[in-house]
Design a protein around this ligand. Structure first.
Ligand code: ZN
Ligand code: ZN
Ligand code: ZN
Length: 283
């Protein structure tokens, strides 16, 4: 049965029953919680979510949301469970290392989909919840209300707010295992900008950064209050890596390639025509 873990390993979980209601959710809260294009979640009865290791977690409940969302306190990776309205627990499935035992039923909350992401597969799409689930609707938070030029972004709780004023270098989807663990998603979607083209305008003191000990570059920055991923500054390379799920405005650029496809999730099929690279970008 498939296991998953957070980036630092403080949280490890397993599901020992097929995931029900497995779907991709495009709502703004999922995108901000994971910093990704969409979340992939499924549900099991509580006894089928097995916690193999359970470290400290940040719990955050958006105003108006029926769900609390959990992130590892040390590395910011999304971790389960989410409490559901239907007696099951929602499990972050994007980072599962192994098959979920069921197929994707569709896309939900496509009404709040990110403008920079195109759904290319044939799975059914629903504006909000799928038919049959009667739950209160909620609004996608947008916390960036500061005037001025540039592309705005913010964490899930809205305390960390930033603005991109520089010309982006590239946007790409990354399927490496570190990104999948860090975002709890099938892949990360990152916008790379020059370091002087990013300005954190609020909440800089809330930002925490976890560095993977054995990695040359890999790190995750996140809000210490909500766990939402935020831009990570890499002074050495002169860049900032922006998790695109945290953007409030359309950055104009679109992801142009898939990298580290050689380590992608076995049950995820890439449906678009963008170039794919087994490892890092060429050149
Ligand atoms: Zn962790
Ligand atoms: Zn969602
Ligand atoms: Zn926050």
């Amino acid at each position: 049965m498939p296991e998953a873990r957070c980036l630092c390993g403080d949280h490890v979980w397993r599901v020992d029953a097929p995931l029900q209601f497995l779907h991709h959710c495009h709502c703004g809260m999922c995108r901000k919680h994971q910093g990704s294009a969409y979340s992939t979640v499924g549900a099991v009865a509580p006894e089928h979510l097995v916690r193999l290791r359970e470290g400290a977690a940040i719990a955050y409940q958006s105003p108006g949301s029926p769900l609390s969302r959990f992130s590892c306190e040390r590395c910011g990776s999304p971790v389960p469970p989410g409490v559901s309205q239907i007696g099951l627990v929602w499990v972050i499935a994007g980072s599962l290392e192994g098959e979920p035992g069921s197929s994707i039923e569709g896309h939900i909350f496509v009404g709040s989909k990110a403008p920079w992401f195109a759904i290319e597969d044939d799975a059914p799409q629903h504006e909000r919840y799928p038919p049959g689930i009667d739950a209160p609707a909620f609004e996608t938070p947008c916390s960036s209300d500061l005037p001025g030029q540039g592309v705005r972004g913010s964490c899930l709780c809205g305390d960390v707010r930033f603005r991109i004023t520089g010309e982006p270098i590239v946007a790409r989807h990354c399927h490496c295992l570190r990104c999948r663990r860090a975002r709890g998603a099938l892949h990360a979607s990152n916008l790379v900008v020059p370091v002087d083209g990013l300005r954190v305008e609020h909440g800089a003191d809330r930002v925490r950064t976890y560095r993977v000990p054995e990695a040359r570059f890999f790190a995750q920055s996140f809000c210490g209050d909500c766990g939402g991923p935020v831009p990570r500054v890499d002074e050495g390379r002169g860049i900032a890596v922006v998790p695109m799920g945290s953007l409030d405005d359309d950055p104009g650029v679109r992801p142009s390639e898939h990298i580290f496809v050689g380590s992608k999730s076995t049950w995820h099929e890439i449906a678009d025509d963008l170039p794919q690279y087994d490892e890092g970008p060429p050149g």
